[in-house]
Design a protein around this ligand. Sequence first.
Ligand SMILES: Nc1ncnc2c1ncn2[C@@H]1O[C@H](COP(=O)(O)OP(=O)(O)O)[C@@H](O)[C@H]1O
Ligand SMILES: [Mg+2]
Length: 364
Amino acid sequence: MAAIDETAVRARIGAFRTAEGAGIPAGMVDSVATREGLVQVALMVAKADAARQEPMRRALEADLAAMPGVRNATVMFTAPRAAAPQPQAQAQAQAQEPGTLLGQVGSIVAVASGKGGVGKSTVAVNLAVALARQGKRVGLLDADIYGPSLPRMLGTKGKPEMAGNKLVPIEAWGLKAISIGHVVEEETAMVWRGPMVLNALTQLMTQVAWPELDVMVLDLPPGTGDVQLTLAQRLKLAGAVIVSTPQDISLLDARRGISMFRQVRVPILGVVENMSFFCCPNCGTRTDIFGHGGAEAEAGRLGVPFLGAVPLLAPIRETSDAGTPIVASAPESEAGRAFAAVATAVAAGLDGAGPARGPRIVIE
Ligand SMILES: Nc1ncnc2c1ncn2[C@@H]1O[C@H](COP(=O)(O)OP(=O)(O)O)[C@@H](O)[C@H]1O
Ligand SMILES: [Mg+2]
């Protein structure tokens, strides 16, 4: 396979002509990223011009995809960079920034974890569905751009419809949901670098026709990086739910998550202990595989609420893989009741907490 690199892609863009014979000026190319045959190009196009330029975007995408060695090509538009703002205007823009996104949502709840694989997405999905079953208008936004799992867990693989220039959230299990996995091929986002990820996330908030909602559940990427901090700064988060397994190591990670949210003044709604204990499906005996109770004790030590324990059960994984969240498909099962109890605790926390005011970053 011919190696594809940025230079080759830029040369191809330079040679590209639309059906009308128009070329793409080099100044319009904001960024080019390549990795293992995946190509991602961002073109600077003014918002007002985007609809007119859409045929060009698609033609260029097809042209790049036809390059030998390219497995997948995505071309997207980004807003042209404005001239450097005056210091005063910049300060004003920053002061206005928190809370301007998703203003139509009553409470935004971030589901976070110190590391991957602890069941954060499983908790986010089932929490969202359980809140919807309690009569709330609930949205679910998959902010895990590098590892989107919502389309699989909700069983919604199709592309969202467009209404005007906005995406319509997918409806499933009483929720309105959107994931980068609904918009681009799963492999595509893998080549995105930091700024592009933040850009894509902002688009999932601003270019999606989110209706008025009582609660929006955010499935955050694992860890305590840029994405988490940026979202905590730019959104009026009502609170964070930290998911942890009982193992010590993930408790250490969970602690890092808690202190990050504290630094940006986002209330901690509490800790969920996932894969807490194992109930043998044959004999009913309960086994504390990872030493159950660690998260609850740790929550007590850190002075944050404990939102509940979810057992390690095969049906939770099976329903996740099948796209039928267990809270909806088996609400009376042990797992279904455990998630419903977590949702009740979260809802109680939200009633008490109210939305956080604009968070401030403390740099020490
Ligand atoms: N309580 C549980 N019992 C059984 N399997 C679980 C449980 N929680 C999560 N899983 C499974 O563990 C895997 C990782 O969960 P996931 O929610 O994708 O984690 P994360 O989002 O933190 O990376 C998935 O296959 C999921 O189905
Ligand atoms: Mg996940």
